[in-house]
Design a protein around this ligand. Sequence first.
Ligand code: VJV
Ligand code: CA
Ligand code: ZN
Length: 408
Amino acid sequence: SNGITRPKGHTVSFHYNSGVEDMHFGKTHPMKPWRLTLTKHLVLGYGLQYAMDTYVAMPASKDQVRAFHDPDYVDFLKEVSPQTFETLCENPRYQRFIPPKHEGDTVDLGPFNLSTSPGADCPVFDGMSEYLFLYTGATLAATNQLLTGQSDIAINWSGGLHHAHKSEASGFCYINDIVLAILDLLHLYPRVLYIDIDVHHGDGVEEAFQRQPRVMTLSYHRYGPYDETGHKFFPGTGDLADTGLKGTIGEHFALNVPIPSGIDDRQYKYLFESITSRAIDAYKPKAIVLQCGADSLGGDRLGQFNINIKQHGECVSFVKKQGLPLLILGGGGYTARNVARAWCHETALATDNGANLPDRIPLDLVPRPQAFTGRAHGDGMLFPKFQRDHKNDCVEADLEYMVKRLEW
Ligand code: VJV
Ligand code: CA
Ligand code: ZN
């Protein structure tokens, strides 16, 4: 055999629908669903399917999505395509969702922060509606698997879209599958901890539960003063002082760990383990949702951290070690080969096969990028070394200060 075994003492399930793969946000848009194809082939190439239960996800229903999102937004998302966009925009029902124009806007925005302009964060593209309801369906199936006790760990790498708001798309996210999952978990578990290691702040999830003490959100992210171009790192929220909505019972149930660029493995490990363990000890969650955005890896096209796959994976192992029902989701990740390596490695860790992956990947089972559509996907070689390093702006004293400040 290939040395891959099922974990002893816990069950892992993997939820996915290949329908999410062949989507294109736009020619040079950083979000490439094709990274999910690469991840799947790497997982299968190693034989990790033998270590877990694999399920083909069904699309989420409109009713399921309405548990968080505005019904008008849900109908729009279900109907929208590049062909129907303009007509839908004329519909009086959606007028109140069209934002006022700002001076210097580079793209024309329609309702819900959606746009057909090629430079938009949240473009309307062919097949988009199917894509959205499929990644959401996979997250809800994974959640249900935990709720019914059929899995102890459930994985959906196509989910984890943490920026979407109730009636607005944001930062490549349209449906907030994480919020929907947590709402379902609250039916059974009195307290749910949400942990977010994507390089961006998990603002959509934090906002959704800002008045809810039964959900604690904890995001680690790049954050800092304005850069040379006069912009803040997206989305610009998640200050250390932001701990939930003041004056509500939700106050103190949001935690934010703002991090300068270039943080390395050792520094990240120190922050992640000291803060996460304090949060768990104090809050005593009964289930955990872990968003594993891979844009916190060194060499990411959008990210600015210098952490390696090994440390990214150690975050997953650290959370798994708590022995609580665990929903593992994807998120960002813009250097596709690294995303696939990280998420395959983390699938192995979840199934206790971390030590069983041979150093050499089974290349014959990993499709080469050219094999798909002939279109340029932007990632030539599969696994070259990280190409870009970010200057380490982390001052040790600041990291220590953050850990101290988060004591409560
Ligand atoms: O920084 C922003 C917002 C702007 C306005 C819109 N323009 C396009 C970019 C600047 C202020 N948006 C971020 C969004 C990051 C979303 C991260 C999502 C996640 O990883 O947390 C979870 C999945 C941003 N950074 C880089 C870009 N947008 C970007 C967008 C493009 C692009 C290049 C960069 C959109 C289209 C094209 N190129 C062709
Ligand atoms: Ca984060
Ligand atoms: Zn991100």
